[in-house]
Design a protein. Sequence first.
Length: 483
Amino acid sequence: MPKFFIKTYGCQMNERDSEQVAHLLMARGYESVSKESEADVVLLNTCSVRDMADQKALGKMGMLGRMAKERPHVVFGFLGCMAQARGESLLKNLPHVDLVVGTQKFHRVADYVEELVAKKTARPAVPPHQNRAMDDLRFSIVDVAEEAGSQSTIRDQQLAPRQATAFVSIMQGCNMHCTFCIVPQTRGAERSRSIDDIVSEVRDLVSRGVKEITLLGQIVNLYGRHEFPKIDNKSPFVQLLEAVDAVDGLERLRFTSPHPIGFRDDLIDAISRLPKLAEHVHLPLQSGSNKILKAMHRAYTAEKYVDLVRRIRRARYGIAITTDIIVGFPGETEDDYQQTRDLVEQIQFDNAFVFRYSPRRGTRAANRPDQIDERTKEERNQDLLGIVNESNRRKLERLVGRDVEVLCEGPSKTNPARLMGRTRTNKIVVFEGNEELIGEIVHVQVQQANGFSLYGLAVRAERASGFPTFDCKPEACPTLATF
């Protein structure tokens, strides 16, 4: 059977979509390989959130043109967000591309791949790309159409041996229409799976050894708001959290990425009382300037954001908060940026992804005349990263000498002789220990912290129960007192 290679760009949802495609191909006997040079099918699952992601995928496919000439039987395809946004136009400058599949058609990829493999195998031998221009439209497959029910097709996973963590897609699409974001165009409107369907997938994963589940959605905490009713004044998302938290054998539960407007009283309450819900919330800020937040169509103010952080920290002691921030949004003055800088200093995030604004075709912000020059964006980006990194460093150093609970995910990518995992507050820990600890919850004594990770020694492995021992104690978390 043919071998396939998938390269994924972008977010965890893209990773989950790629897992689904891999599962469907492997179910038909295809073999997954780690190098495109060994593959008969090469698929790039793309991202369109930033221009750099587009360019990386286009550049990669352009480089694969040489391979296409040397191995004309290989099937090449674009999947995902960029495929959805650009569609058939991707064929014009990349004549070796055979397949373009959008975000609501991942479940069709295996069918299309088999069709293309059969066509290429049956084609008479001719010099590479001879007369290719005349039959592109007949030979290539492009499917970027909408499909009802597509949100329920991302539900199967091919697990690696002793895999401890897994993503579960609970919804597709977004209705928020932030002025910088192309996701509503590439992922469509909000559509949610049923709670029973999601819980069934979680139970199956736990029965196969998974201990930590991350629920995925474009705006994950707005799950089901158009499809399902509130019950006992609990939103569908809180109902889902309760149902997943009750799954026997599950040790940890996470969700990403939420929107600040989705944190109502019922969700804050759930954070305070659900024992399997990990002590980490990723809470996108985007800007600390109310003027810029309004221009972004974010529907909250900096003051409301700070109050939300205070409520979350009060609800669950020791909780970590990370964020996303955009610098250089059109019209962002030095004073606007300073407001963002001051807010980041005030909150002391555990970590943050800081992005330079990137105009995306078809978004309202891309057409604004008051674009910021790239040099200013880079200066603000580096300045803000310095503040975030210092905050992260201080939080990590407070854990030196303490025992932390770590779910061991496998060998460290930077040092395969050591193991790695994450604390409940999502901090990376690299530690010494034997391979029997992979997939287990381990208590690690932290001996050292660098700017981004912790290093230590496994002291014992045991099953967690109830609320855990948190990563820090009151006296080690002085910033808690300000919120």
